[in-house]
Design a protein around this ligand. Structure first.
Ligand code: PLP
Length: 360
């Protein structure tokens, strides 16, 4: 008998809605239930709560399909990040963008200060410099767009150079989501997510994930998670999957809102600079009058909430240099905006009222 023809690939919107569900059999629930279990009747595939859980698996199936690999959920994005850093041998070299997520940079600096590894900070938009830095590297960490500078990396070129050097290539895809960027297709070995952000999408869950198409790496990462116990909560994976059912709609709307706001912000006299990579829902503005104007702005809005984090349905913003660990190369008056899915007219009206108040 001839092989079954391959099923035509489903579009991401359909995967987001349909993946990770029970079979369509009578009396099956449409959604995988929340399984609260520390252990399972022995002799099967699950065995113990630190190794596996059906609610994790439903989330992992869905994100794995969206990214084109196999997924492992972790308690937080940082738990996933540290699991990847732990892959490298003693004294190995890690290349990372100077404007990567602060937590990743702080964790790396901590490991370096204890002699665990060495790190090289790069301008991720300077592809030639990044390629040169790949020599002798064990791990090349890419974040694109970066946080909060919103620089965009040439992932394909960097991944090729990193692989020639024998390095593992990792992309933190938190800002872009698998809907706007699929790093595995571009050559990445591992994709990192803070599912806390767009994937869960409602500012009520902490969750992380790794995705890889490499079976050996998957087995190593899964083994480490089982031992370290940096495992996700059952409720968290269930909530994140519920959030992912609308990921495509939320990302589409946040992006459309951002694309409407960017030219308006560029015209406003209180704004000296607008950074936007052209896609996604994160925008950074630099206030012409600097730090004080930025601090005033984030206190003067009614809809926009002053809060760290990003990727929720609600619009939030933050002056990034309020954090002592933020890179000194980020302007003091830079406000990172996570554009939500509200009506864009209401969002602009609220913003412009506050911006008008910081012009003079
Ligand atoms: C938030 C974030 C992380 C860390 O994730 P947590 O879920 O907060 O632990 C890592 N990378 C990026 C780009 C992030 O925005």
């Amino acid at each position: 008998m001839p092989d079954e023809p391959d099923e035509p690939g489903l579009t991401p919107a359909t995967v987001a809605v349909t993946a990770g569900r029970p079979p369509h059999d009578p009396d099956q629930p449409l959604n995988v239930p929340i399984t609260m279990a520390s252990t399972y009747v022995g002799g099967g595939d699950l065995e113990y709560g630190r190794y596996a859980n059906p609610s994790w698996a439903a989330f992992e199936d869905t994100l794995g399909q969206l990214e084109g690999g196999r997924c492992l959920a972790f308690s937080t994005g940082m738990a996933a990040v540290l699991t990847v850093f732990d892959l490298v041998g003693l004294g190995a070299k890690v290349v990372i963008p100077e404007h990567a997520y602060q937590g990743s940079l702080v964790a790396l600096a901590d490991l370096e200060s204890r002699g665990r590894l060495t790190s090289v900070l790069v301008d991720i938009e300077d592809t030639d410099a990044v390629v040169a830095a790949c020599e002798d590297a064990a791990l090349v960490w890419i974040e694109s767009p970066t946080n909060p500078a919103l620089e965009v990396a040439d992932i394909e070129t960097i991944a090729r150079a990193a692989h020639e050097a024998g390095a593992v290539v990792v992309v933190d895809n938190t800002f872009a989501t698998p809907l706007l960027q699929q790093p595995i297709d571009l050559g990445a070995d591992i994709v990192v997510h803070s599912a806390t952000k767009y994937l869960a999408g409602h500012s009520d869950v902490l969750l992380g994930a790794l995705v890889t198409a490499d079976d050996e790496l998957f087995a190593v990462l899964k083994g480490r998670r089982s031992l370290a116990g940096n495992t996700p909560g059952t409720l968290e994976t269930w909530l994140a999957l519920r959030g992912m059912r609308t990921l495509h709609l939320r990302v589409e709307r946040a992006q459309a809102n951002a694309q409407t706001l960017v030219p308006l912000l560029r015209e406003h006299p209180a704004v000296a600079e607008v950074r936007y990579p052209g896609f996604g829902g994160i925008v950074a503005i630099v206030l012409a009058k600097g730090e004080l104007a930025a601090d005033l702005l984030v206190r003067k809005t009614r809809l926009w909430v002053h809060a760290t984090s990003l990727g929720g349905v609600e619009s939030t913003f933050e002056r990034r240099r309020r954090w002592k660990t933020e890179s000194p190369t980020i302007p003091v008056g830079l406000v990172r905006m996570s554009v939500g899915i509200e009506d864009v007219g209401d969002l602009w009206a609220d913003l412009v009222r506050a911006l008008d108040g910081v012009v003079g």
